[in-house]
Design a protein around this ligand. Structure first.
Ligand SMILES: [Zn+2]
Length: 249
């Protein structure tokens, strides 16, 4: 059995498109939403609608680097986003996600103090159940690979292979052979096959605005179609995954 969870950061308007695609394949998403970060952002009604089928998590009010602010300011961002979202969705918002993936022990303890049950990081290439509630890792980022792309989805010839060099080791950790690394979709399928054989967790994460910027909507759709055709795959939210990991311990 492989648990599959997905998470989507920032609260951009394009999140509604992600949610539509996820729902088509009966997949679950946890959407980590900021209040004032994205210019084109979800309205409160859209957040409420999203919460009916998927999970809502918090991602601060303004998306600052929490390791660079005072504890008071951090707490305002961390707790403020929880209160704001709970007011919209009318139920507990139990998960948090660190902006830019940046955190330290103090930040993590403030997240706990604010009443969250866990927090997601941007650590990648993990396929095991989370072992530390406030440091939930991911498996794979949906992001251009192996070639760098520009905003219109074409290739960015300057430092064309930057994503390849930055992410090669992560894909290797997920058992992806180099000859499957010719596209994100090919590498992602190979990483999924590796996780599927082993069992455990596959946590896909990304930004809807990056899918839009880099023309990757078909990649998401094709990947979900691929994994939803498999037996013994269970789609869960980040929160459900965390509860499972706690019950195991
Ligand atoms: Zn973010």
């Amino acid at each position: 059995m492989l648990m599959v969870t997905t998470s989507w950061d920032d609260g951009d308007l394009s999140d509604t498109k992600v949610a539509g695609i996820l729902s088509r394949y009966k997949a679950k998403g946890t959407f980590y939403i900021t209040k004032r970060y994205r210019e084109n952002r979800l309205s409160e009604n859209q957040i409420r609608a999203l919460s009916l089928e998927h999970e809502i998590g918090a991602h601060t009010l303004t998306h600052p680097n929490l390791t660079a602010l005072s504890q008071e300011k951090d707490f305002e961002e961390i707790q403020g986003s929880k209160t704001w979202l709970e007011g919209i969705v009318g139920r507990e918002v139990s998960l948090f996600c660190y902006p830019f993936g940046l955190y330290n022990a103090t930040v993590a303890s403030l997240v706990q103090k604010a009443g969250y049950r866990g927090a997601r990081t941007t650590a990648h290439s993990h396929t095991e159940l989370p072992t530390s509630a406030y440091e939930m890792p991911t498996t794979l980022h949906i992001y251009p690979f192996p070639f760098r792309k520009n905003v219109s989805g074409g290739y960015y010839w300057g430092r064309l292979l930057q994503p390849f060099f930055e992410r090669y080791q992560g894909y290797r950790t997920l058992g992806v052979p180099w000859w499957k690394m010719y596209s994100w979709l090919s590498a992602a399928k190979a990483a999924f096959d590796y996780g599927y054989k082993q069992g455990g967790v596959f946590h896909l994460w990304g930004h809807s605005w990056e899918l839009e910027r880099y023309g990757m909507w078909n990649d998401l759709e094709s990947f979900l179609r691929y994994i939803s055709s498999k037996q013994n795959v269970r789609f869960v939210t980040n929160g459900e995954l965390l509860e499972m990991s706690k019950n195991k311990v």
